[in-house]
Design a protein around this ligand. Structure first.
Ligand code: URA
Length: 244
């Protein structure tokens, strides 16, 4: 990437309008690579043209690395909606720092308010489209707790396929493992509305809790507590795509 004026660099990273970023820099709150800089037009090599971490800078107490594109993973807690304008619960966007919101990150697909687990967000429109489209048939793994105990036959039924209202063909899980009499590890490759709950309901049971543990080849990072997020690094993005 070509050198960038500091004012533009901060603006691109979600620190406000160009004017606001200029004022921040002039007020002495910004350092780049450890050196204070009060010149909004000083030029720096951002050091990243994708989601990888580039040049380090700080704004007040906040330490940042330039990233041309934002790719993040959030451990979604229960009781949050994946909408910008939620109806009954707070939005998952309240769990992210303002810089990511200003950059316009959006959810890659949606989880229900009471579903927990792996949620991807990005400001890269192509990435969002690619990973939320059913066409790619990305496997998504859900840990399901059932209301009623079942036997192996129930898991076999999920894989054989069940009839859902408004779906012309039966919908089948790509895999389903009975992990206890009341828990399943269910893999689906579509992303239909309430798909897991509807599939379980169609087979005469009910989902009590639902947790997404994996998307593509990417597991929910074990270090992320509910409500926490982190950047997706190059190795994570490779893992995500590596599911064949
Ligand atoms: N299936 C559901 O029913 N809900 C989700 O949140 C995700 C998959």
């Amino acid at each position: 990437m070509r050198p960038m004026q500091l004012e533009r660099l901060l603006h691109a990273q979600g620190f406000g309008s160009r004017k606001e970023c200029r004022a921040l820099i002039r007020s002495g709150h910004v350092s780049v690579a450890g050196e204070p800089c009060e010149d909004p037009f000083a030029e720096f090599d951002p050091g990243s043209s994708d989601g990888s971490p580039g040049i380090a800078f700080s704004v007040g107490d906040e330490q940042w690395r330039f990233r041309a594109q934002a790719y993040v993973v959030l451990h979604k807690p229960t009781g949050y909606e994946c909408s910008q304008k939620p109806t009954f619960h707070p939005s998952v966007f309240t769990l992210l720092p303002p810089q990511l919101l200003i950059r316009g990150v959006q959810c890659v697909g949606r989880l229900d308010q009471d579903t927990t687990g792996l949620l991807l967000l990005s400001d890269d429109g192509q990435f969002i489209h690619q990973w939320s489209s059913g066409k790619k048939r990305t496997p998504k793994v859900y840990e399901v707790t059932l209301k009623h105990a079942v036997e192996q036959e129930f898991a076999d039924r999920m894989v054989a396929g069940v009839e859902l209202h408004d779906e012309p063909e039966p919908i089948a899980a790509a895999a389903c493992e009975l992990t206890s009499p009341t828990t399943l590890r269910l893999t689906i490759c579509e992303g239909k509305y309430h798909q897991v709950k509807r599939m379980v309901g169609a087979a005469g049971n009910r989902v009590e809790t639902l947790h997404r543990s994996r998307v593509g080849g990417l597991d929910l990072p074990a270090e992320l507590a509910p409500g926490q997020w982190r950047w997706l690094e190059t190795a994570d993005l490779q893992r995500l795509a590596d599911f064949t």
